[in-house]
Design a protein around this ligand. Structure first.
Ligand code: FAD
Ligand code: NAD
Length: 471
């Protein structure tokens, strides 16, 4: 960057929020620069999040299936061996292909990529400590902060990414641990527990709440998921709080306590994964230089148009409010650029899907039963099990169900919850239905191809306002 040139938009952070905003702004003809310190674009998601975790989930599932689920399909396999180094290499290839792809898109859309750490020098100037040494200054008429999030530490357990690991360490272990403890039965905990359990580790997940999957997951679905994951070998300790950890000895010793107080025990393991949530990351940004503050959870405070109290500075993605999801960050990126260039933008926070990529997958959009009950909303329920779906039966993969929650009077869809092999793909239909304000009858009267798992979606909708045919 030349120090004199002023950009229309400078973006700090090249994660999903930052890179999508940069490309979109480039497409709109703005002069854009994006500053990223990690040496690769794509942020947490592409480098140490969504993408590498899905690579390991996919390939560990295949390995597990070859070990346990081939004979009845008429496939006799010989010796099956894990080559963990190659599995990690396959993951790295996917990651680097995608991060380089984003770099190519920057060039295509005239986005200047500045490799370095950005900090506010004043309200319009960012000082950048360059990755390759030296520094530069970039001025922006507008600035987006998109610096993401980091793993929340567990007090008293220092992360070394070998014995005490976060998701980043869990994506790069050099060997399969014998015993692994996981603090937190949220999405990260369960996805990573699945990977290492399939590869041979004995995994125990300790969760403070009475259900797995975090608070968004429908309780009935969470129960089913727990049952199926237990069948695969995972061990769970629910309603249990990890109160302390000691990694001083050979392995790690965790102190556990019943969530409501009382019963205490210890849990020994070779390594421990800390997965108790993520927190907004704004360290080193120099916010104090421009008088911007964060809330009690470290999040930058913004208005409906993503503006801070300095209106030319906007914030998107994990470092501000809302669910910490890549597609939420992406939607905010479009909207924030549109507010800048067209004065309007829109994200429907009621229709953001969530997916847990275990097997079976769990996916949902809209409200769950616990939330509807709490709000006193009069709702009806319809569901359809995959065990009655022809394609699931053909695939010999029949675990799970589709569940609709709809307004008891108007039939308008309020929530869709799916547990099943392709729940993550299928939820797109639920999201579209919710976004368009569809009723369950609208969905059920839409023709779905046969034989597909999507027919379970149709029949679940049908069972909400009428009766399913095949169950
Ligand atoms: P980030 O992706 O964190 O990007 C922020 C970037 O800013 C980083 O690259 C950082 O280096 C850079 N940065 C920070 N400060 C500075 C600075 N001062 N100067 C320059 N650069 C800076 N979400 C999903 O939707 N689906 C999934 O399957 C999924 N899986 C996940 C799995 C794991 C293991 C983890 C940890 C997360 C997962 N997530 C998933 C969440 C997803 O990764 C985040 O929601 C998403 O990355 C948020 O994007 P972001 O751009 O806001 O932040
Ligand atoms: P989370 O908030 O989803 O789950 C953390 C869990 O840890 C909670 O259920 C909480 O009750 C439990 N917990 C906290 N302290 C505890 C203690 N002392 N003892 C026992 N349990 C305790 O957080 P996460 O799983 O770390 O994920 C972080 C973020 O990353 C989430 O926002 C998630 O959406 C995102 N993510 C998404 C995906 C995906 O979309 N597939 C994958 C990975 C991560």
């Amino acid at each position: 960057a030349t120090e004199s040139e002023e950009k229309d938009l400078v973006i700090i952070g090249g994660g999903v929020a930052g890179y999508v905003a940069a490309i979109k702004a480039g497409q709109e003809g703005l002069k854009v620069a994006c500053i990223e310190k990690r040496g690769a674009l794509g942020g947490t998601c592409l480098n140490v999040g969504c993408i590498p975790s899905k690579s390991l989930l996919n390939n560990s599932h295949l390995y597990h299936q070859i070990l346990h689920d081939t004979k009845n399909r008429g496939i006799d396999v010989g010796e099956v061996k894990l080559n963990l180094a190659q599995m990690m290499k396959a993951k790295d290839t996917s990651v680097s292909g995608l991060t380089k792809g984003v770099e190519f898109l920057f060039k295509k859309n005239n986005v200047e990529y500045i490799k370095g750490t950005g900090a506010f020098a004043d309200e319009h100037t960012i000082k950048v400590n360059l990755v390759d040494g030296g520094e530069t200054h970039v001025r922006g008429k507008n600035i987006f902060i998109a610096t993401g999030s980091e793993s929340t530490p567990f007090p008293g357990l220092e992360v070394d990414e070998k014995k005490v690991i976060t998701s980043t360490g869990a994506l790069a272990l050099k060997e399969v641990p014998k015993k692994m403890a996981v603090i937190g039965g949220g999405i990260i905990g369960l996805e990573m527990a699945s990977v290492w359990s399939r590869l041979g580790a004995e995994v125990t997940v300790v969760e403070f709440l009475g259900q797995i999957g975090g608070p968004g997951m429908d309780a009935e679905v969470a129960k089913q998921a727990q049952k199926l994951l237990t069948k695969q070998g995972l061990k769970f300790k629910l309603n249990t709080k990890v109160t302390a950890g000691d990694a001083g000895g050979e392995g790690v010793k965790l102190s556990l306590e019943a969530a409501k107080g009382g019963k205490e025990e210890t849990l020994d393991s070779d390594i421990v994964l800390v997965a108790i949530g993520r927190r907004a990351y704004t360290s080193g940004l120099g916010l104090e230089a421009i008088g911007l503050e964060t809330d009690d959870r470290g999040r930058l405070v913004i208005d409906q148009e993503y503006r801070t109290k300095l209106p030319h500075i906007r914030v998107i993605g994990d470092c501000t409010f809302g669910p910490m999801l890549a597609h939420k960050a992406e939607e905010e990126a479009y909207a924030a650029v549109e507010f800048l260039t067209k004065n309007y933008g829109h994200v429907n926070y009621n229709a953001i899907p969530s997916v847990m990529y275990t097997h079976p997958e769990v996916a949902w959009v809209g409200q769950n039963e616990q939330e509807l009950k709490k709000e006193g909303i009069n709702y009806k329920v319809g569901s359809f099990p995959f065990s009655a779906n022809s394609r699931a039966k053909t695939n010999l993969d029949t675990d799970g169900m589709v569940k609709f929650l709809a307004d008891a009077e108007t039939d308008r869809i309020l929530g869709v919850h799916i547990i099943g092999a392709n729940a993550g793909e299928m939820i797109a239909e639920g999201t579209l239905a919710l976004e368009y304000g569809a009723s369950t009858e609208d969905v059920a009267r839409t023709c779905h191809a046969h034989p597909t798992l999507a027919e379970a979606f149709k029949e679940a909708a049908m069972s909400t306002y009428s009766k399913a045919i095949h169950y």
